[in-house]
Design a protein around this ligand. Structure first.
Ligand code: KG4
Ligand code: ZN
Length: 344
């Protein structure tokens, strides 16, 4: 540790991961601990807020202690405590916010509040010394599908978003329709590898409109109708389908999502004259999406930074990393900080 190094403890509890991390200078990951609740929510096919909140209460102190131990520092050496206070499940966010306020107060450290969706972008910037601006950023997760004009880490202008389901939500819902286990995204990706992405031509919503918004709810319904077959009697035929048929549906659905994500990101890049494309969020784990974005980058001579897979899904490194730029800008919160379901 040198005199100038700034160490930030980040805390993340917005959905179903209890996470804490220590990051130096916004880039050097000293520790990252994530306690996943996937097993608790699996049987319900989605996140149950009350269960998530209770699990956060159980996990938060062990996770924070482990993050500090692994970073081999003492609380004294931490410069600030940061927490994602929005957007997310309020009763889940509440646990992280309360822990962060308590630690900041007890240790006499400044408190920093970050937006969880903005934080996802930091995962893409971790390995970059500097980026060429302007940059367009796609955050594609279970709760959000947002396009930003990114002027700096803390200067993001929302230029496109989903008007209904988020892309990750569509992956999760389509997985349920296809009888695949929760969480849907990774399981759709896995079986899609055995399928033909051109087998079924699912709709590419809003692609013909000259805007940067997304819609995935119609696509999900198209998959459901396809599974119900021509008779439309409401009976899902998936159980009678061969593995190949299910794989073809998964691959065709995935191709439709990727097509829209890549084309809208390209359109956004053209509109703002972007030199760089950034991508983060849980769905950015998807290998086919990463490849399609890379091909788009190449064809258009853009730089591309995608979050490393381990930091695509929810984690606290991204929280501590974004907080560093807020620390530098003197943007601190006080002990009246509250969790918020939606973004400011
Ligand atoms: O960013 P994240 O961990 O949580 C939110 O902030 O929402 O994203 C979780 C979402 C889930 O919907 C999950 O199904 C999706 O990311 N996801 C994927 C993949 N891995 C996770 N979607 C597609 N392909 C994947 N490999
Ligand atoms: Zn997230």
């Amino acid at each position: 540790m040198t005199q100038q190094d700034i160490y930030i403890l980040g805390i993340e509890t917005s959905c179903d991961e209890t996470a804490a991390a220590v990051v130096a200078n916004g880039k050097q990951v000293k520790s990252s601990v994530v306690a996943s609740q996937v097993k608790l929510h699996e049987i319900y096919g989605g996140v149950v807020p009350e269960i998530a909140s209770r699990a956060h209460v159980e996990n938060i102190l062990p996770v924070v202690s482990e993050a500090i131990d692994k970073a081999q520092i003492t609380p004294d050496e931490i410069d600030a405590v940061a927490v994602a206070n929005q957007p997310g499940l309020t009763i889940a966010l509440m646990v992280g916010v309360t822990a962060a306020k308590t630690l900041a107060f007890g240790w006499g450290k400044p408190l920093i509040a970050v937006n969880h969706v903005h934080a996802h972008l930091q995962s893409a910037l971790l390995g970059a010394e500097s980026i060429e601006l302007p940059a367009v950023a796609l955050i594609v997760s279970g709760g959000h599908t947002n396009l930003y004009d990114a002027e700096s880490a803390i200067d993001l202008r929302l230029i496109g978003r989903t008007i209904d389901d988020a892309a990750g939500e569509a992956f999760d819902k389509v997985a349920t329709i296809l009888g695949l286990p929760y969480p849907g995204g990774p399981n759709i990706e896995k079986i899609a590898k055995e399928g033909n992405p051109k087998a079924i031509r699912f709709p590419r919503s809003l692609l013909d409109r000259d805007n940067l918004d997304f819609s995935f709810s119609g696509l999900k319904t198209a998959v459901l109708y396809h599974c119900q077959g021509q008779n439309m009697k409401g009976e899902n035929r998936v159980e009678q389908m061969s593995r190949q048929e299910v794989a073809d549906i998964a691959a065709s659905f995935q191709a439709a999502v990727i097509d829209v994500l890549v084309k809208k990101t390209h359109r956004a890049a053209k509109q703002i004259g972007a030199k760089t494309v950034l991508m983060g969020g849980g769905v950015a784990c998807n290998g086919a999406l990463r490849e399609a974005m890379e091909a788009m980058r190449k064809n258009n001579n853009l730089s591309l930074l995608i979050a490393p897979k381990k930091y695509c899904t929810d984690n606290a490194v991204m929280v501590a990393s974004l907080a560093y730029y807020k620390y530098q800008a003197g943007q601190f919160a006080d002990l009246t900080l509250e969790p918020k379901a939606s973004s400011d």
